[in-house]
Ligand binder design. Sequence first.
Ligand SMILES: Cc1ncc(COP(=O)(O)O)c(C=O)c1O
Length: 342
Amino acid sequence: MEENINLDWSNLPFGYIKTDYNVRCTYKDGAWGEVEVTDSEYINIHMAATCLHYGQEIFEGLKAFKGKDGKIRIFRLEENAKRIQRSANGIKMAPLPVEKFREMVEKVVKLNERFIPPYGSGSSLYIRPLEIGMTAQVGVKPAVDYLFIIFVTPVGPYFKEGFKPTKVAIYREFDRAAPCGTGRWKVGGNYAASLTAGELAHKGGYSAVLYLDPKEKKYIDECGPANFFAIKGNKYITPKSNSILPSITNMSLQQIAKDMGLEVECRPMLLEELAEVDEAAECGTAAVAAPISEVDDIDEKKTYVISKDGNPGPVTTKLYNHLRAIQLGDEPDTHGWVTVLD
Ligand SMILES: Cc1ncc(COP(=O)(O)O)c(C=O)c1O
């Protein structure tokens, strides 16, 4: 066992810090092989591999936490396993069995236990599974060989200055996905498509881009690498769309909202509805829920002010606190979302 590691746990960036090991599994001759452990951060890829030319790359993002009781908790492992299977099927890659995904996640987390931030630091261990097409070919067709890797890296709290609402922007000349394209899967190309608008937003002082539906530009889709929800009276409203990634955090928040007695509406949500909501937020693994103070529709020169006093709304705050508490083991895991490692 390696010795304990001392990082500035409460001030880690959302970046990459080298850990001890990563795990890998290869798909060859129509079958997945044994899980391998390596300390190398590099992969040997043929220059004609499909992942390098035709975007056969899919990934996931989930987190492990250290509880007050010292136990390690992994949040919604199975849902992430199922989502990367859907992504694989979506772009004709070999889907990894859920049980293999579980074996790989548990193994890589245990092997890098000394990198799991302590309880109370606000930080967590980010788990990044990815799969790439490895076959060398120049014709546009799916690979026959695949490599699945999972690495981990400790990441800092999303809210360095506290849980405060931020502004988001709409840039109508950019879409991250096509109406019947790959937006519903976690495919690398979707993120490449989002980089220009993302940079514009950050330069403009916005935390993210709010994307409208790519077909009509009438409905809200999602918020950069996060889903969107709004609170109106006793309702939790979240967009239903074929071009957004079904967020596992959003799915969990909807359940918590129901448990709290809120009514959940998952339906196409018109942009104009923002004029009448009480609260709005982005939601995803990185932040859980990040409240939105204002939405600026840049090209239409229209602003929707959501938080008039600049503070997070009470319902978003409650949802955020409750989900965090389940992840850390401070609240009971009544829905069976958490994998506890001893
Ligand atoms: C495009 C996109 N939407 C939404 C999300 C949020 O999903 P989750 O809650 O599963 O992290 C992510 C992050 O994974 C994302 O990349």
